[in-house]
Design a protein around this ligand. Structure first.
Ligand SMILES: Nc1ncnc2c1ncn2[C@@H]1O[C@H](COP(=O)(O)OP(=O)(O)OP(=O)(O)O)[C@@H](O)[C@H]1O
Length: 363
């Protein structure tokens, strides 16, 4: 396995790109550490496949370098990069047995049959497919075919990185959670560098130790699932992660504090200089409390959704929609209420980027 470094990468599909808009990848500097479990998360069109294809060698970047353990591989074709890939749809040979499918990548590299048997047995056991080893692949369900496809990606121990590109697309929803946690467990046992590409936050947060969030050809944050939830570096991350996502409210900044609907809102700590940008307050629904006691921001309740574990209240204050997640009692649609934001979780953003720092709290 290897450390993978992307240095000053840019990519445009146009022959003569002129502005930033012409680049599918704007500027990427990123190191994937050896043995890490990473997710590459972002909406459709943000550049995930472009980045993956650059790592695998299917695409040569317009600018920049790719280094595997400090060796420049930018000009190397895919076959020379020693990478395993698992795609959206199973890539297996229908006429072969499960055993022969799992053995294929090893035999292809000239491994002796004893090594093949050892690895295939170990991987089959990890994936819980031992009882299928003699089954012809054509007789497998789509889920099991994809499991075998994953096994083929994991069977070689000498690859630089295993890349998964939306691997659960074909899996039945009720089996998805099972395979998601299986993959996490596999990473802990196999200890390979793994990159898991998805637009699904649950898949990314379950699998990865570090999640790389992309938007519009740029990396907006790299962090643990907890970091992304607790301190989104950009309002996009706040929106994209969480259900519902972070509330983002327009505000005025004056006298060193933030004002929403004419009311001063307590923030987590000191502010960066926000004089030349548009400012917004970010607060997750989990940290909004709702009461009718006259203290806090006046709002009216538009909707309440009971989703089992908790209730999601949608309230309107000063023409802005604010969500609150409540564990116990909740108001009813149409009620007049007061909202309070937990100060240590209330952040300020300037032009989308985090502009407050944790500290004493700012009133
Ligand atoms: N072969 C291509 N030629 C021209 N433009 C392309 C090509 N492939 C992708 N793009 C553009 O590059 C941008 C990034 O696309 P990319 O496929 O990398 O995103 P993605 O995040 O993988 O999306 P998805 O999840 O839908 O695959 C998009 O604007 C897309 O239209």
């Amino acid at each position: 396995m290897a450390q993978i470094k992307l240095s000053n990468l840019r990519h445009s599909y146009l022959s003569k790109p002129e502005s930033d808009e012409d680049y599918a990848l704007k500027k990427i500097d990123l190191t994937w550490e050896d043995g890490g479990a990473y997710a590459l998360l972002g909406p459709s069109g943000c550049g995930k496949s472009t980045l993956l294809n650059i790592i695998s060698g299917l695409l040569v970047p317009s600018e920049g370098k790719i280094l595997f353990d400090d060796q420049d591989v930018t000009a190397l074709p895919p076959a020379k990069r020693n990478i395993a890939q698992v795609f959206q749809f199973p890539v297996i040979y229908d006429t072969m047995t499960v055993y022969d499918n799992l053995a294929f990548p090893l035999r292809n590299r000239g491994r002796d049959e004893e090594t093949v048997k050892e690895r295939v047995t170990a991987i089959a056991e990890m994936l819980e497919v031992t009882d299928m080893l003699t089954t012809r692949a054509s007789n497998l369900s789509p889920d099991n075919k994809q499991k075998i496809s994953m096994g083929r990606g994991l069977v070689r121990q000498d690859v630089n990185v295993v890349m998964f590109d939306e691997p659960l697309t074909v899996i039945d929803p009720h089996l998805k959670w099972k395979l998601r946690s299986k993959l996490k467990e596999l990473h802990q046992r196999v200890k390979a560098t793994m990159i898991y590409v998805t637009h699904d936050q649950t898949e990314a947060l379950t699998f990865a130790d570090q999640v790389v969030v992309m938007q519009d050809g740029e990396i907006v944050q790299i962090g643990t699932p907890v970091e992304l939830f607790e301190r989104p570096a950009h309002t996009f991350v706040g929106h994209f992660i969480g259900s519902p996502g972070m509330n983002v409210l327009p505000c005025d900044v004056k006298d060193g504090g933030a004002f929403f609907a004419g009311e001063r809102v307590g923030l987590e700590g000191p502010l960066e200089d926000v004089t030349n940008g548009s400012a917004e307050i970010g607060i997750r629904p989990e940290f909004v409390s709702v009461s009718g006691n006259g203290t806090g921001l006046a709002a009216h309740v538009r909707k309440v959704a009971d989703i089992g574990r908790h209730k999601v209240v949608e309230a309107i204050a000063n023409n802005s929609r604010i969500h609150a997640i409540l564990e116990g009692d909740a108001p009813n649609a149409g009620d007049q209420v007061n909202l309070e934001f937990k100060q240590s979780q209330t952040r300020l953003y300037k032009d989308g980027w985090l502009a407050s720092t944790p500290g004493e709290g700012v009133q």
